[in-house]
Design a protein around this ligand. Structure first.
Ligand code: 4AD
Ligand code: MG
Length: 485
């Protein structure tokens, strides 16, 4: 061992004459023997030497950047038309549509034959050709075809460019997704989902993920899905709220965002059994603060969709003039005022009952903007809402009704922070007290004023896109009578 001393790893650095540490002279290795360099070179050769499959294709939306160049695109055939010795094939690649032009005189016979007789609707193709800018073409560019490969010839496609019944389209939902209006609506959904995260992220909220399998009941016992849980019963979450409330003392401003489940026997255009809900919760915020956050939030979502989904809204033929006027403040009406107004308009609603869909439509029609209805009777609302100190028959809560008949898109409230009152409400509603014991801890250990709300994604996107039924605003809807595809 002694001969290693002072020459190898672990040897003390030699000292200079003035006592400062000196670095040992760097030992230069011949370039190609340094293992780190050799590794880096191997990786870069690997990366440049074998391009990824997807690099082979230009995305259709990028075609205008390649004017005059020869490119290859891959996608699915939407339509084909043949006029003598010219054929037009419209290809969709998921980023856009492009018209590909085949000229008989420039192509070999086999390519012309495939291009004019083999391209059934939704066949997969790879097309090479020269990009030509053309304002009249969808997407602003055309491809003059020099080569074509049929990657898979599709069987007779069930969805034709004609009217189909809704049940048929829903049975073929996995294929219907490819249609232009469905694509546009789901693109808006995707933008709104991203905008939801951005809104809360930009305002310093922490995302707290809440469980889907729960022991506690969330909103109302009547609409719970249950499942066997190792011999016990688990319930699918109707809301993440009770859990997200627990996040407040840890992070102050929090939100959860995920699928929620309601076994509602409703076959209306507003009801799904599985829908997505975002639920923010804010410490030291009261019911008024809560409504202000809601109007700011909803206005932001609408603005994002208008800003970034103009093309999609056009495909959906959405009249955006009313959406453009959506900005705070939104009109507010108390539940009591709403009941008086409804009665004056001939509704048989009585004070104490929750508003029905028809009532909501009447109230929303009074306004161009979404409208807040606040302070409902406690008997019509969930146990966790804060008793109104000015009128204990009511609770500090609100619904937000979207215009144009889209109904309630938000339900929110200040939460009951008094332990004794909350216990009394749980008893009144005959809820299983054991399941809520952990929730009551939040009132035992540092109770505080707090408020939050839940916004339903599909109803909100339904309103923004102007689609008639929530089933089109989620890729694979779950409805009372539908569990497939
Ligand atoms: O009013 P809800 O039931 O409120 C809650 O669940 C609260 N825990 C939220 C909270 O304060 N954190 O539901 C909130 C929203 C509704 O306004 C509606 O947009 C949507 O969720 N929603 C549904 N969407 C589609 N189908 C259904 N069956 C829905 N039920 C509620
Ligand atoms: Mg509600």
């Amino acid at each position: 061992m002694s001969d290693l001393k002072g020459t190898q790893l672990g040897a003390p650095a030699p000292e200079s004459s003035n006592g400062n540490l000196r670095h040992p002279p760097a030992r230069r290795e011949p370039r190609n023997q340094n293992p780190v360099r050799r590794f880096c070179r191997a990786v870069s050769t690997f990366r440049t030497g074998s391009p990824m499959l997807q690099d082979r294709y230009v995305e259709v939306k990028r075609l205008p950047d390649h004017a005059g160049e020869e490119v290859t695109v891959a996608g699915w055939v939407e339509t084909t038309r043949v006029h003598g010795k010219v054929a037009f094939v419209v290809v969709r690649d998921g980023t856009g549509l492009v018209q590909c032009v085949l000229l008989g005189k420039d192509l070999d016979e086999a390519t012309w034959e495939t291009g004019t007789t083999g391209l059934t609707q939704e066949s997969t193709v790879e097309i090479t050709g020269t990009v030509k800018l053309d304002d009249r073409a969808p997407g602003g560019a055309e491809v003059k075809v020099s080569a074509l490969r049929l990657l898979q010839q599709a069987e007779a496609y069930p969805i034709q460019p004609k009217e189909h019944g809704v049940e048929f389209l829903m049975d073929n939902r996995h294929l219907w997704l490819r249609s232009s209006q469905q694509r546009a609506a789901l693109r808006v959904r995707s933008e709104v989902m991203q905008a939801i995260h951005d809104f809360f992220y930009d305002r310093g909220f922490t995302r707290v993920d809440t469980p889907i399998l729960t022991g506690a009941i969330g909103e109302s016992a009547g609409t719970l899905f249950s499942t066997d849980y190792f011999g016990d019963t688990a319930y699918l979450a109707q809301t993440g709220q009770l859990y997200v409330e627990a996040g407040c003392p840890a992070f102050r401003k929090v939100y959860c965002f995920g699928p929620t489940f309601r076994a509602e026997k409703s076959k209306t255009r507003r009801h799904l059994t599985e829908f997505w809900m975002v639920e923010p919760e804010v410490a030291f915020a009261d019911s008024d603060d809560n409504m202000r956050l809601q109007e700011e939030f909803v206005s932001y979502l609408v603005e994002r969709a208008l800003d970034r989904c103009a093309e999609e809204l056009e495909v959906l033929e959405r009249d955006t003039s009313t959406l453009e006027r959506v900005r705070p403040p939104f009109p507010r009406m108390s539940y009591t005022e709403a009941v008086e107004l409804l009665q004056a308009k001939g509704s048989d609603i009585e004070w104490g009952r929750d508003l029905g869909g028809a009532d909501e439509t009447i109230l929303a029609d009074e306004n161009e903007l979404p409208v807040f209805i606040y302070n409902y009777p406690s008997q019509a609302k969930a146990f966790y809402m804060k008793e109104n100190p000015d009128d204990p028959r009511t609770v500090l809560c609100n619904d937000l009704l979207a215009p144009e008949g889209y109904g309630e898109i938000i339900g929110g409230s200040q939460r009951e922070d008094d332990l004794a009152r909350l216990e009394a409400r749980i008893r009144e509603e005959e809820l299983p007290a054991e399941a809520y014991d952990w929730y009551l801890d939040l009132r035992r250990y540092g109770s505080f004023i707090h408020s939050g709300f839940g916004l339903g994604v599909e109803r909100t996107v339904g309103w923004i896109t102007g689609r008639p039924h929530v089933r089109e605003l989620i890729p694979f809807p779950r409805l009372m009578n539908r569990l497939t595809p």
